[in-house]
Design a protein around this ligand. Structure first.
Ligand code: ATP
Length: 274
């Protein structure tokens, strides 16, 4: 198990191969990306451009990683924002920020001589949650600006622009965002199954010396319900336990302690948010 492993690569070059499990999401995403890559061809046939892809699923399952890998896969520039940034902004500020995000992504693509720009908005429900009768002017303006930007995406423009958004709560999204011509593709990004967990553990063990008694398959078995982010945490915590014990390798016992710790942390989070 402690055999030589490939060194971990820089996160700037994140590819689909650096994402564990999520085979179906990866497949659906690469298929959808063909609409961006081949947009000129599609536009000649009168097919309307795919403007948005919505990634839905629990926290820490790799939605951000998928968006980054999508940019790498299509040789696009990557510009990101989080919906949570827009909460409690003054009137007009959120809308301006959205406008800048699209404008800067286009400019950067031109500067870097890239054909496409992928804009990623995490926690899109922070901007595009259901409207509640016009009580939040600021909020409405931000969402309206986002809709305007999406409507402004053209099939034959250069650079080509694609919006990828992520949410844990699709049911909260304003129906305006879900209308045809906006987020035309929805991709579910679920918690990993056993094979997925093992794959994720392997990826996060790439730069870690494991003791001979460690079986990642066994750990994958014991971590039912863990997200990718939690599995990353398990590997990292286990390495910290190994360091405290002055071990040169990470033992099965270190990993067991780390699983307990991550599980415990999860339980405490749930209790404090209740
Ligand atoms: P959120 O909804 O909280 O924004 P997310 O789905 O966007 O979460 P990411 O930010 O992509 O989750 O993942 C967080 C971290 O968890 C990653 O940086 C990575 O270390 C790890 N991780 C999550 N999923 C995977 C995966 N499928 N393969 C490898 N690592 C993963």
């Amino acid at each position: 198990a402690a055999a030589k492993k490939a060194p971990a690569r820089s996160p700037q070059y994140l590819t689909f191969e650096d994402i564990g499990g999520q085979e179906q999401a990866k497949r659906e995403l690469t298929e959808a990306l063909e609409f961006l890559v081949q947009r000129d061809k599609l536009s000649k046939l009168g097919i309307r451009p795919l403007k948005g892809i919505l990634l839905t699923g629990p926290p820490g399952t790799g939605k951000t990683l998928l968006a980054k890998a999508a940019a790498q896969h299509t040789n696009s520039v990557f510009a990101a924002a989080s919906g949570s940034e827009f909460v409690e902004m003054y009137v007009g500020v959120g809308a301006g920020r959205i406008r800048d995000l699209f404008q800067q992504a286009r400019r950067q693509a031109i500067k870097e001589k890239k054909d496409c720009a992928i804009i990623f908005i995490d926690e899109i429900d922070g901007i595009g949650g259901k409207r509640d009768g016009g009580q939040h002017r600021e909020y409405d303006q931000t969402l309206n600006q986002l809709l305007t930007e999406m409507d402004g995406i053209q099939g034959d423009e250069h650079p080509r622009v694609l919006l990828i958004a992520a949410t844990n709560r699709k049911e909260l999204l304003d129906s305006a965002l879900l209308r045809p011509g906006r987020f035309d593709r929805h991709i579910q990004v679920d918690l990993p199954d056993k094979t997925g967990r093992e794959h994720i553990l392997e990826l996060h063990a790439r730069n870690k010396p494991l003791a001979e008694d460690v079986s990642l398959a066994k750990i994958a078995d014991e971590t039912f319900g863990f997200s990718g982010a939690q599995l990353e945490s398990v590997m990292n915590e286990a390495a910290i336990y190994a360091m405290r014990e002055e071990n040169e390798t990470i033992s099965a016992a270190n990993l067991a302690q780390a699983i307990d710790k991550v599980m415990m942390g999860e339980r405490m989070d749930r209790e404090t948010t209740r």
